[in-house]
Structures are given as C-alpha cells and as structure tokens.
Design a protein around this ligand. Structure first.
Ligand SMILES: Nc1ncnc2c1ncn2[C@@H]1O[C@H](COP(=O)(O)OP(=O)(O)OP(=O)(O)O)[C@@H](O)[C@H]1O
Ligand SMILES: [Mg+2]
Length: 362
C-alpha cells in the first residue's frame, strides 16, 4: 500500500486527537452528571422511587442523545476546519517535494512561487527557488564549458591524427614541415592544458601567490621588454610611460607579468601595422596603482566589453586565430587573486582599447 502523504497523515492525527477528546468528554460527562443530578433530585425532595427512576432514565437518555448529536456536529465541524488548515500547511510542502523531484531528474525550470507572506514556509520556498536558480546556472556553465573544451580540443587532435596518418601512409613526407605542424598542434594542446589548470586553481581559490615587494614600473618594463621583439616584427610601436616614485606593491611578479603578457599579446593581435600600444603604471589614488595597456587597434563594441572576460570568448572572426579565449579570464582571475581588478574600456570598433589593471597598495 502506498504510504499516506503529509495531508493524509495530518488528517489521521487530527481525527485521533478529536477521538481522544470525544472519549474524554463522554467519560467525564458520564461520571460527573448522574451523581450531580441524583443529588439535585434528593435536594428537591423527590423521594418517590418510581418517579426518581423515571426522571433519572429521562436524564440519561437526554444526556446520551445530546452527547451523540454534539459529537457528530463536532466531528463534522472539526473535519472541515482540519481540511482547510491542513491544505494551507501541506500545499507548499507538496510543491517543494515536486520541485525537488524535478531537480533530481535534471529539470531546472521549476515553478516555486513563494506565497509572499513572511512565514517560515515562504522563506523556505524562496531559499529553494534561489538554490534551484543557482544550480541551473552552474549546470549550464558546466555544459557550456564541456562543449567549448571539446571544440577547442577537436582541431589540434584532428590535425595531428591527419598528419600521423598521412606520414604513415607515405602521402606526406616525414620532413621538417610535417614535424613543425605536429609540434605546433602539440604546443597548442599543451598551452590549453596549462591554461585550464591555472583557471581551475583560480576558480577554486587554490592559487598560491609568491608575493614579494615589487616596483610596478619595473614589472611593466620587464613585460614590455619581453614583448618588444614581436612588436618590432609587426611594426607596431610599443611605448612605456610610467610615473615616478610609485609605491612598492606586494605582488607575485610572474603572475602580473603573465597578465601583462596576455594584454600585450592581445593588443598586438588586434592592432594593425603602424599602430601604437602604450603601457603605463601610475598612482590612481591612495589605495591603488593603475597599470594600463592601451592600443590604437580595432576596439571593442560596448556590449562585448564584459563578455571578453568570459572563458572561451572570442570575436567570431577570430575563431580560427591562435588564441583559445582563456587569456582574459585567467588575467582577471589573477588580478582578483591579488585583490585587484581588470577592466576594459573602448570607445567602440575602430577606436582602440584600454585595459586597466588596478592593484591595491598595501
Ligand atoms: N586589445 C584588444 N582589442 C580588441 N579586441 C580584444 C583585445 N583584447 C581582447 N580582445 C577580444 O577579447 C577576446 C578574448 O581575449 P582573450 O585574451 O581572453 O583570448 P584570446 O587572446 O583570443 O586567446 P588566448 O589569450 O587564450 O590565447 C579576443 O578574442 C578578442 O576578440
Ligand atoms: Mg589573449
């Protein structure tokens, strides 16, 4: 037999309470009423045993009938009241049970409408709806991440397989060009693995920063020096203007250089020949130093300024380009781990872009 639901069990409990109350009422009435009536008859001087017997029987009958009629009316009224009360109490619980079942089955589009009044149930429903929403977002992000990851792995793996097959079948020679193509694909896979492991460390707050006292201008100069040859190759100018006497910051030098390397890399990729990229470090206010990387390149539309920090985000035209779209996600994660922020500003397409890395002064 199917176990009774909450409504059924509450109803049985109510009826049991009613039964106990009824038995107690009848018992007390049967014990108390006859002796009292008997006493009153004696006090009224009614001593004829015939009359007394008849009167007492009449009283017993009247009492019995009144008790039965009262019990029936009480049961009916109490049942109606119970049903109304139980429905009110059990309905939200029923909705929550149904919603929890939906979530277990992977259906997140649940319908939990908080009843509005400030009761414990309304708060429970509200908390449940919030939890369901968050679960849904996490699940969607997980699916998206897997899809992006598969997409990202597909090209280098397919290229490697095709090359290995072709070399094996003698269709392509095992020469320097073939090895170079295969090495490039392996490098790409290697970079992806490194990026993903940094990203998951950032996500889990498991990144250990090796902080040291650093002059921010020196970090900018070092990162710019590392990027300079590539800028020279593409004929894009790289300027560095840093303020004097900047406060010393407590930073993981290599992580900050990693952020800047990606900003330089992006700026170079999105700035045409003859353009200029300017890097600078300056005091923003008493609590922050701002490192900026500004380019005169293709710019970013306002609606994409936040999206570019999402993982695997790339401009569609750049889909096949070298980047995997993890650079800025990692850069922002590293900035946050330092207690700083990384933001992008651009007046729009064709207007250049500026990235600001704000770092706290200890
Ligand atoms: N300076 C810039 N000017 C114009 N668009 C930019 C600039 N920097 C980033 N973007 C846009 O933001 C996207 C995301 O950048 P991100 O650094 O995260 O990825 P990526 O450079 O494509 O790949 P990865 O850095 O992982 O190699 C880029 O694909 C590009 O569309
Ligand atoms: Mg990048």
């Amino acid at each position: 037999m199917k176990p009774a639901g909450l409504q059924g069990r509450l109803m049985v409990a109510q009826l049991l309470v009613l039964l106990v109350a009824g038995v107690a009422l009848a018992g007390v009435a049967a014990l108390v009423a006859p002796p009292l009536f008997h006493k009153h008859l004696a006090q009224a001087g009614m001593n004829d045993p015939h009359v007394r017997a008849h009167t007492e029987e009449a009283f017993a009958q009247a009492l019995g009938t009144a008790l039965i009629a009262g019990a029936v009316a009480a049961v009916l009224a109490a049942t109606v009241a119970s049903v109304l009360v139980i429905r009110r109490v059990a309905a939200p619980v029923g909705r929550l049970v149904a919603a929890a079942r939906d979530i277990t089955a992977g259906r997140y589009g649940i319908d939990v409408r908080p009843s509005g009044t400030d009761t414990d149930f309304a708060r429970l429903e509200e908390a449940f709806a919030t939890m369901a929403g968050r679960l849904e977002r996490t699940e969607r992000a997980r699916q998206q991440l897997l899809a992006d990851l598969a997409h990202e792995l597909r090209t280098p793996v397919a290229t490697l397989v095709a090359y290995v097959d072709a070399v094996e079948d003698g269709v392509l020679p095992a020469d320097a060009t073939s090895w170079q193509v295969m090495r490039d694909q392996l490098d790409r896979l290697g970079r992806l693995v490194t990026d993903l492991s940094v990203l998951s460390a950032v996500d889990e707050d498991a990144l250990t920063l090796e902080r040291e006292d650093v002059d921010p201008a020196a970090v900018v100069a070092a990162a710019a020096a590392a990027a300079a040859p590539r800028f020279a190759n593409k004929a894009v100018k790289l300027d560095v203007h840093s303020g004097r006497d900047l406060p010393v910051l407590s930073l993981d030098r290599h992580r900050i250089e990693q952020i800047l390397a990606n900003l330089f890399d992006n700026a170079l990729r999105h700035t045409p020949e003859g353009g200029t990229v300017t890097a600078s470090a300056r005091v923003l206010d008493r609590h922050r130093v701002r490192i900026s990387v500004k380019d005169t390149g293709e710019g970013i539309a306002p609606e994409r300024l936040e999206a570019i920090f999402e993982r695997f985000h790339r401009a569609d035209s750049a889909r096949s380009a070298a980047g995997s779209g993890l650079g800025l996600t990692i850069a922002r994660g590293l900035a946050t781990a330092h207690g700083g922020t990384l933001t992008a500003t651009s007046a729009g397409p064709g207007q250049g872009t500026r990235f600001d890395l704000d770092l706290p002064v200890p």
